[in-house]
Design a protein around this ligand. Sequence first.
Ligand code: GLC
Length: 430
Amino acid sequence: MKRVVFSFLALLASFVCVAQSITDETRQIREEFQDRKFGIFLHWGIYSMLADGEWVMHNRHLDRDEYAKLAGGFYPSLFNAREWTQLFKEAGAKYVTFTSRHHDGFSMWATKSSPYNIVDATPFKRDVVGELAEACSEQGLKLHFYYSHMDWQRTDYPTGNCKNCPHDEATTNWDSYYAFMNRQLTELLTNYGPIGAIWFDGMWDHKEKEFDWRLEEQYALIKKLQPKCMIGNNHHGAPIGVEDFQLFEQDLPGQNTAGFNGAEVAQNLPLETCMTMNNTWGYSITDSNYKDGDELIRRLVKAAGMNANFLLNIGPRPDGKLPDQAVERLKQIGEFMKANGETIYGTRGGCVPPQDWGVTTQKGKTLYIHILNKVEGGQLFLPLTGQTITKVTTYSDNTKLKFQHEKEGFIISLPELPNTVDCILKATLK
Ligand code: GLC
């Protein structure tokens, strides 16, 4: 009996051990992800040819068979994965999230699970995902895959709320569609090296509680294939199950100007804000409403101050080039990150929450004070109690600044601040 109890305890201990090591590994991948802070989102597919965003098939009520014929003309002759990733690296990005398959159902890799893909259905015949995976690995960029749960092309997909999407009861077959997705995910997680994350989208096509997306099983498959692959899901709600990070579409955590992000901000998970440079994700020839470089830098810094990563989108052109406006902005961000990356990478949202004048980021005892808006009167108030500051300097030239301790925090005497997008001070905490 004793022996049985002993072996039972030993077995239990080994489970606990396994659970413990999984937890440590999970903690580590999440922290490394948080350290990276800045990623590039790419929305690219055959929709780029119609130059009206990635929802063009839906928005213009295009017939699915006619739309599919676009593939026969897709030949992005100027596509060069190395050129892209070099630029991303110079911009200071640490990861790339690529639309492996968007809602239009077209796969951008050599999938064996459907002929509707970049290799089999286009004259281009090149595995874009494969080339990108190689180029990312050369540049030390992590690769994440966007993967759509919703599909406007397949006849077995059980269409939900989508009004303009084809739906035929006779061919709808959830089991077959679910198996298809899992086969594709298996390919993506088997053939392209280590993948940083799978980024799901489109689940909101079925909002009713009774629709079961069978996420648990799908997530388990991902973790089985690549235990270090994180899972994020743009379902606009609080993270569920083993999801590793919370996503915010077009807004910083806690804000909801775009109307997608009602959920509370998770306190113990990494956060990621994804944002377009103009108004559209996929390439749009009429959308030149680009935020300027300063504004994009401000958003990146604010995201860091709110403890979130910033995933900045680009919609490549149908010829395989990135839009000139995007390239120009990436270069400006790159210059900023080169000079100030230390105050962003590897930091967390600082102990002083966002203020009217800007945000703080923090690494250990170092608090970076990012002044993004004009401060009147030459004095900056830092609400901080229960902690002591021992030194404040300007980040760019290390000038020592005077400060005084008040009941509610610290008042820092500012010098004449240069007219830059982000004036950074460095404070040392005791
Ligand atoms: C929305 C859109 C989709 C886009 C995504 C990016 O879910 O449907 O087109 O890819 O946002 O966040």
